[in-house]
Write a protein that binds this ligand. Sequence first.
Ligand code: ADP
Ligand code: F6P
Length: 332
Amino acid sequence: MAEKIKTIAVLTSGGDAPGMNAAIRAVVRKALNNGVAVKGIKKGYMGLLNEEIVDMNATSVSDTIQRGGTILGTARCPEFKEDAVQQKAADICKKHGIDGLVVIGGDGSYRGAQALAAHGINTIGIPGTIDLDISCTDYTIGFDTAVNTAMQAIDKVRDTSSSHERCSIIEVMGRNAGYIALWCGVANGAEDILLPEKYDFNEQVLVNNIIANRKIGKTHHLIINAEGIGHSTSMARRIEAATGIETRATILGYMQRGGSPTCKDRYYASIMGAYAADILLEGKTNRCVCYRKGEFMDMDIDEALAMEKTIDPYQFEVSRLLSRNENTDKSK
Ligand code: ADP
Ligand code: F6P
């Protein structure tokens, strides 16, 4: 442990994600266990600029692991992209004796952490986003809970869709990434899965598919549409007009970001929180915690942000095959 680190801080930034509390709890308790004081910064970078900084002890994080959201609050702070604002934030950290900072958030939040590191504050990022869109890691806090929440909601829509013999377009979150749509599409047995990374905007394909499925006796037709494509309501109107089949749109929205975290999100977030505290106390900076190929590890934030993530081609191919039952059987 580097001797000069006496106090660290933790904040959550960007969209909240179930499991963030488990990560905060682990950062706090692991650092305290290493003899280092911990401060909590409320409402992300906005709260840092407003000096909303509180002391944390082991009981500050009691009774939080099972709770959704983030006990520290979160915010978007667009002005944090400005160098003068980043300098002010670094000065505030120094004023409060904060030698190191753990930032829990998505890649936007990582850019803020990178900037603070450049201004002399040791920073470590932890991937916290339901979107799973951070390239350097196979796991992000909140994704598992979000897909389970969405999956359960979609099962319910499927029931009523079947009873009424309707087509349903269900829009899931994910910003510009299609991971929530892909996972739910497969897990819910959707007939069509629309991913921003792959969709060609050819609605005639959807129309033909709906008509073909109706001919073979399917009573429902589920289309999982990613937020990055959007426009589910107008898409439903056009599809109903073209097929003559009643079509409804459901936008799941913020329910996907809330709720009690799954075991996986609590467990992985706990390990990542502890890991972040440890490497911060070793004197590392401008690093982020990742989970890659079955291992927890850390990586340089610059390198992490330069990486690209794509939908795995094999998984995509399987998702398409499983959604089209008229194409499945080639045994005859
Ligand atoms: P996420 O962290 O989930 O990707 P955002 O993209 O909204 O969410 O980023 C969260 C916050 O991180 C922003 O509101 C801003 O304060 C900060 N941030 C985003 N991009 C940058 C950047 N290029 N430089 C510095 N800070 C940034
Ligand atoms: O990044 C998480 C997320 O929920 C995205 O899926 C979505 O696009 C975005 O945040 C919504 O952000 P806001 O809370 O600012 O509306």
